[in-house]
Ligand binder design. Structure first.
Ligand SMILES: Nc1ncnc2c1ncn2[C@@H]1O[C@H](COP(=O)(O)OP(=O)(O)OP(=O)(O)O)[C@@H](O)[C@H]1O
Length: 304
């Protein structure tokens, strides 16, 4: 297991030896440990049932670990909740879309923590809601009932709620499921801006192909943390085989002409979204489409 290094600058997220056993006796997490510093987009990756939601719930204080600790800025979860440091963008399936609330109401919920018990919005609350809705381009939809939106619009509304709350650690559950490419790009742009402002963006995702494109770091789990760190170090063919076993399609081309002409072996793993291409050493050949095109250009120049 990696040694956990902590820094004083915030926000930081430290999960140390966390174990969760549900009341029915099922152990969902065992000794999970990792640490993230401010200003990062980190993917949480693992098969169905590997404990991703359980880990998120532990960070949000919904589930109490049987052992171990979660700390944000060195503070225990109870204190973190009081300071509203963690914001959550749920999976679509976890929301009751028939609930009779408007887009404006949902985003205002992000301000509840900052209000007194009567929950009467002040000017500052209304301004934050307006700013947040404009930032995700959903201002024109503010009076719509939440159930009357498309999948991508719903995601943006919940992202606006997280912005209105002002959370410094933002947990997103499957943010790209059911959204089109344009919405995916606008969400990604916003997440990058939040990273620049120092937030920790922690994204649970099944879409492995998108991870190298926009995540600096990865936490790989299967009921415990298998590995964590920079994407290029963690997203190796060996680690993904360990985490996903037979759940990924895998192809090997011994005499590949896919991306170079020197006949090196190329290994491709895919979750049927976007393929990941690994070189001979098991490391990713490129991190995003731009780099892939650059690689192709260089190789074709070399062989001219
Ligand atoms: N409330 C609960 N009581 C008992 N067992 C639970 C409970 N919630 C989750 N589990 C079990 O704990 C394990 C981890 O579940 P969890 O929802 O954290 O996985 P996940 O990685 O988020 O899965 P998915 O990718 O399918 O969303 C699963 O085996 C699940 O059945």
């Amino acid at each position: 297991m990696k040694e956990i290094a902590t820094q004083e600058v915030g926000p930081s997220l430290t999960v140390e030896n966390v174990s969760v056993i549900y009341p029915n006796g099922h152990q969902a997490l065992h000794n999970a440990s990792f640490h993230l510093d401010s200003g990062t987009i980190c993917a949480l990756v693992g098969v169905n049932g590997s404990g991703k939601s359980t880990l998120f719930k532990s960070i949000m204080g919904f589930v109490k670990p049987t052992a171990g600790t979660v700390r944000i800025n060195q503070l225990p979860v109870g204190e973190v909740l009081k300071q509203h440091l963690v914001a959550y963008v749920p999976q679509s399936e976890d929301v009751d879309w028939q609930f009779p609330v408007s887009v404006w109401d949902v985003v205002m919920m992000g301000r509840y923590g900052a209000m007194n018990f009567l929950r009467i919005p002040r000017a500052v609350d209304k301004r934050k809601v307006e700013e947040s809705l404009k930032r995700v381009s959903m201002w024109d939809f503010r009076d719509r009932q939440i159930g009357e939106l498309s999948g991508g619009q719903k995601k943006r509304v919940f992202l606006a709620r997280a912005l209105a709350q002002g959370g410094r650690v933002i947990l997103l559950d499957e943010p790209f499921t059911g959204v089109d490419v344009k919405t995916e790009q606008s969400i990604t742009t916003l997440l990058r801006e939040l990273r620049e402002s120092g937030c920790i963006i922690f994204v649970s995702t099944h879409n492995l192909g998108s991870v190298p494109e926009f995540c600096d770091q990865v936490v790989l789990i299967n009921r415990t943390v298998l590995d964590y760190g920079k994407t290029e170090d963690v997203f190796t063919a060996q680690n993904l085989a360990l985490a996903f076993g037979g759940a990924l399609r895998e192809f090997q081309f011994e005499q590949s002409t896919i991306q170079d002409h020197d006949g090196r072996m190329v290994r491709v793993m895919s979750d049927d979204e976007r393929p990941l291409v690994f070189g001979k050493d098991g490391h990713l050949e490129y991190m995003d489409r731009g780099q892939h095109e650059e690689l192709l250009r260089k190789r074709s120049e070399e062989h001219e």
